[in-house]
Design a protein around this ligand. Structure first.
Ligand code: DX5
Ligand code: ZN
Length: 218
């Protein structure tokens, strides 16, 4: 399974966002993580459709959109039209998660399903055959710069076991508090798509990306 780095622009310097997107792309990151927060599903508000549309042309990297919004089915088409390649929504936020996956697939895009630290991985079971990526949150969603919750490592392992039992090699993304120091642990637990915000955008971006990719062997 391929290891993939998805820098989260939540921690970027928005004065020079286009340049920083080019920096992570040139340094070899494969995805760009775009966090959408609605102030309802999570306490914070980040950015949305017009920002995605505007930065889409900064790079042809894969735009990995993480929707932290209630009732996400309402906005799938608009995120597709604004340039999303992968759309991940929260299981807890959707009335009919299977319908959201179908809606994303209808536009030929990849569908990810996220769970918060308090949600049992078994709740993903009915959707494992349909979904292209699972996102195991390693912090409570809503803010960058938090510390990884150690108990989430077991959840990554359980998610990988559930997939293995079904003979699936679906991507497992992890998001929140990932650093060069705990990267090996999440990889060993079974994650292969790594989101990192502050560990990439604070300091020397190119060097951070190179060091992450080095540890990830990709
Ligand atoms: C948090 C977001 C994350 C955030 C991660 O709710 O989903 O993508 O940007 O930031 P760090 O890597 O700083 O924890
Ligand atoms: Zn995220």
């Amino acid at each position: 399974m391929k290891n993939i780095l998805s820098p989260s622009i939540l921690a970027a310097d928005f004065k020079i966002l286009g340049q920083q997107i080019k920096d992570v792309d040139r340094a070899g990151a494969q995805y760009l993580h775009f966090d959408v927060m609605d102030g309802v599903f999570v306490p914070s508000i980040s950015f949305g459709l017009p920002v995605l549309k505007s930065i889409r042309s900064a790079s042809d990297i894969i735009y990995d959109v993480h929707l932290m919004i209630v009732d996400p089915i309402r906005y799938i088409k608009e995120f597709v039209d604004s340039g999303a390649d992968i759309i991940t929504f929260h299981l807890e936020a959707a009335e009919d998660p299977a319908a959201v996956i179908d809606e994303i697939h209808k536009y030929g895009k990849k569908a990810g399903m996220a769970i918060k630290p308090g949600t049992d991985v078994k709740e993903l079971l009915p959707y494992l055959d349909k979904v292209d990526m699972i996102l195991v949150m390693t912090v409570e969603p809503g803010f960058g710069g938090q510390k990884l919750i150690p108990e989430t490592l077991e959840k990554i392992k359980s998610a990988r076991e559930l997939l293995n039992d079904k003979g699936l090699d679906t991507d497992i993304q992890v998001d929140g508090g990932i650093t060069k120091d705990n990267l090996n642990e999440v990889l060993e637990a079974g994650a292969n798509v790594i989101v990192a915000g502050s560990s990439i955008f604070i300091g020397d971006i190119a060097s951070n990306v190179t060091q992450f990719l080095g540890i990830m062997g990709s």
